[in-house]
Design a protein around this ligand. Structure first.
Ligand code: FES
Length: 406
């Protein structure tokens, strides 16, 4: 430091100094020149001070109310999805806006309270400081602490208990506004639900696991049907009655070197061909199958000349049906859909990080970051000529996780 202030105080002398003296000393030692300083309320019990304090309290109260409103919306508002025409659709529509509005107002009101407080209560001050190099000495550390104490004292927050309490409450509630939504992300990955097209909720099951419960599963192709407009006595409305999103696949539906994405289609949800019923309501189940996170399977029909050079994996020799091979579409790297089949090189490509798998070698990885083969689904054809699953996958689908053994 370049100033001429006495820096040789002993610990005892420093300990004997009052907070005000230490604060002044700190200013001098830091080469700080206070050019201008004026308290906001020099006259005690000034009515204007009371009004200023009230305006801060109002902002804090608004912040607290909005934070509580946010938590109430987050915990109790009907958030489950409702489709068009369903009861509660309007309430559901306002769920996200209500969350945004309450959290936004809570943050804005808290910010306004802090800004108002600084403008109305912290003393006006203009100070100039010259920079210096190197670490701080003990005397600097002590005086800095004193300056902070001084700032607390001059802010008058210490004696404004209402304001202090409300600021604390607003701060805690604001923390909850930030932290509460994270609670929704916490999920027990081992908790098993009833088995359906999503599996039972654990990582080692999928819609194909229904086969283990004796459900006959067809390989269902997504034909992209959407709800249709109906006109009747009750008025005009959209309906999926009689519509199928998934239809069964026959071997002749696929040309050599072709690829089709298929999903599990339980026998009770079939509504196509000779089983078509215009009154059947199966569309929702079909969509559940399509949305099942590990359900997508790539059905590949190899060219006859390629089929001759296939190398089967031990224990999976009979998983294919003729030239038809079914591999999980979920990449074993980090779970993107391996959406491309390049027939010339018989490679399955994952567009995310360019992993490549060999369709002639049980989906073995031959390039890129994926380290495991794509699981293969055992398939066959039923007595009516439709492709069906002959069993479940024999290993977990998708990327690595702690408990998987393969
Ligand atoms: S997810 Fe497929 S290569 Fe990364």
């Amino acid at each position: 430091m370049s100033n001429n202030v006495n820096r040789n105080y002993t610990d005892k002398e420093l300990a004997a100094m009052s907070n005000e003296e230490l604060a002044r000393l700190g200013t001098e030692l830091d080469d700080v020149t206070v050019a201008y300083r004026k308290g906001r309320w020099p006259v005690e019990n000034d009515p204007a001070e009371k009004r200023a304090s009230n305006s801060v309290i109002i902002w804090l109260a608004l912040s607290i109310v909005m934070a509580i409103a946010f938590l109430a919306v987050y915990l109790f508002w009907p958030w489950e999805y409702r489709s068009l025409g369903e009861e509660g659709k309007l309430w559901h529509t306002f769920y996200t806006p209500a969350l945004g509005l309450t959290s936004g107002l809570s943050i804005i009101a808290l910010g306004m309270a802090v800004v108002t407080y600084v403008k109305k209560f912290i003393p006006e001050e203009i100070s100039v400081q010259r920079r210096h190099d190197g670490p701080s000495e003990e005397i600097d550390r002590r005086t800095t602490t004193a300056l902070l104490n001084d700032a607390w004292a001059t802010s008058t927050l210490g004696r404004r208990s209402t304001l202090k309490g409300m600021l604390g409450a607003a701060g805690v509630l604001f923390g909850l506004v930030v932290a509460a939504p994270l609670g929704g992300a916490i999920k027990n990955p081992w908790r098993a639900y009833e088995m359906d097209y999503y599996g039972d909720g654990t990582l080692w099951t999928s819609g194909w696991t229904l086969h283990e419960q004796g459900v006959k599963l067809y390989l269902g192709r997504d034909i992209g049907t959407t709800a249709e407009l109906h006109e009747g006595q009750a008025g005009t409305h959209y309906s999926t009655q009689g519509l199928s999103r998934l239809v069964r696949v026959r071997p002749e539906d696929l040309a050599a070197a072709g690829m089709e994405t298929v999903f599990p289609l339980a026998e009770e949800h079939v509504n196509d061909g000779d089983r078509y019923d215009e009154n059947a309501v199966v569309y929702e189940e079909h969509m559940h199958s399509i949305h099942g996170p590990r359900n997508a399977v790539m059905l590949i029909r190899l060219r006859p000349e390629d089929a001759e050079s296939v190398i089967e994996r031990e224990g999976q020799e009979d998983f294919h049906y003729g030239d038809y091979y079914a591999y999980s579409k979920i990449c074993t790297h980090v779970g993107c859909p391996t959406s491309l089949y390049e027939a010339q090189t018989h490679r399955i490509l994952c567009p995310c990080h360019q992993s490549q798998f060999d369709a002639l070698q049980y989906g073995k990885p031959i390039f890129g970051p994926a380290a495991r083969a794509l699981p293969q689904l055992p398939i066959t054809v039923d007595e009516e000529g439709y492709l069906i699953a002959r069993g479940n996958f024999i290993e977990p689908l998708g990327p690595a996780f702690w408990e998987r053994k393969s």
